[in-house]
Design a protein around this ligand. Structure first.
Ligand code: PLP
Length: 381
């Protein structure tokens, strides 16, 4: 902080200069992110409720109710009428909470988390925080976890199994039905990471597309991560952790007596929490409704289909696997992915790089004319 006070104009000017090199979702270069330009209505609702602290439930009783209603709405999308949980900062926090819950249920006796090799890095973070280890299971040639190999790794120390519904790298969906059978049979905690797919997969069958089962309709599923700040189009930060039962949702709660709102129990990692994010989610869910989301997903999937055809037309380039969600993995028959990424990034394209491929995410802010320019850049490589 400086001694001298600055006028608001001066502060804004300094900010402008510092931020002018940030990319924007309203620009044309972010084609590899799983976030998007938050819906303007969600932004407005967020801005109007910045003072709400859902971490002090006694002070903000209405906000707590809104948060629980937002959780219920997502639960219904995931085939559960009475889901419990919280709106958190994102998929990372939701996944950490789920693993913490699994550890508490095992009374700290079990320490191995079985994850597909394509699982998000948040499970490694969770394992380190909790003094656990992740056992990584290879994927099949269809880029989903190899269930036979996974079964062989289950031991008395297995604390949780993780399935991914909409993988970070390719948007693929693990065989969750089979994982649910295993979890049910062996009484193991099964967490589904649908941070990305949670707002895509529930709409696919109504669009006449293959729609893999992944949600609470499968009896072995204990909890699900689903992120409103990805395909839910809500504000950043807004993630969701949903549990099958109230008891599960309260497993990591700690009683707190000092809060001005009175005695309570907090079920999340952080104390003070953005009520505005929960309100923005609730408002947007009601404003768009299922038909609004269906329209958004239809557009994204139609664009994904078009993009897949166009990539396959480019000499040497193909998609590594047919897209399930609005995520496309691009490979070249000769050029390594890091070389392609380097060239594209030097031209300003914000693409995601994985070991074997480039990831393009056809988020709502990505339009056909952006992709046409991107395909041209790809061709020139
Ligand atoms: C499948 C999956 N899970 C979790 C996360 C983490 O989400 P966040 O960045 O909101 O913490 C991501 C991020 O892309 C993801 O793709």
């Amino acid at each position: 902080m400086e001694d001298k006070k600055l006028s608001s104009w001066e502060v804004r000017w300094r900010l402008y200069k510092k931020l002018k090199h940030d990319l924007s979702f309203t620009g044309d270069k972010i084609v590899g992110s799983m976030c998007t330009y938050p819906h303007p209505f969600a932004q407005r609702m967020y801005a109007e409720h910045l003072q709400k602290n859902v971490g002090d439930p006694g002070l903000f009783t209405g906000t707590v109710q809104i948060e629980q209603e937002a959780v219920r709405i997502m639960g219904r999308m995931l085939s559960h009428l009475h889901a419990h949980g919280a709106i958190v900062t994102g998929g990372t926090e939701a996944n950490i909470l789920a693993m913490w819950t699994a550890k508490e249920i095992s009374r700290g006796k079990k320490t191995e988390i079985i994850v597909p090799e394509h699982a998000h890095f948040s499970f490694d973070k969770a394992a380190r925080m909790l003094g656990c280890t992740t056992i990584k299971i290879p994927c099949t040639d269809r880029f989903v976890v190899d269930v036979k190999k996974l079964r062989k790794k289950i031991t008395g120390k297995t604390m949780a199994i993780v399935g991914v519904a909409g993988s970070t790298a390719l948007g693929t969906v693990d065989p969750i039905e089979e994982l649910s059978d295993i979890a049910h049979e062996k009484d193991i905690y099964l967490h589904i990471d649908a941070a990305f797919g949670g707002f895509v997969l529930p709409f696919l069958s109504s669009l006449g597309r293959p729609s893999p089962s992944f949600d609470f309709s499968l009896p072995g599923v204990s909890s699900i991560t689903i992120d409103p700040h990805k395909m839910g189009m809500s504000v950043i930060p807004a993630g969701g952790i949903l549990y099958r039962t109230k008891e599960l949702a309260r497993t990591v709660s700690v009683p707190v007596t000092y809060l001005a709102g009175g005695e309570t129990a907090l079920p999340t990692i952080v104390g003070t929490r953005s009520g505005a994010a929960a309100i923005a989610c609730w408002a947007l869910f009601h404003h768009l409704g299922l038909t609004g989301y269906q329209k958004i997903i239809r557009k994204a999937m139609d664009l994904t289909d078009w993009f897949a055809v166009e990539v396959n037309k480019l000499p040497g380039f193909t998609l590594i696997t047919p897209p399930v969600c609005n995520v496309a993995g691009i490979v070249h028959e000769r050029l390594p992915a890091p070389d392609i990424a380097k060239k594209l990034r030097s031209q300003g394209w914000a693409v995601s790089l994985f070991n074997t491929h480039l990831r393009i995410v056809l988020m709502p802010h990505v339009k056909k004319h952006h992709l046409k320019a991107f395909l041209k850049a790809l061709k020139n490589i």
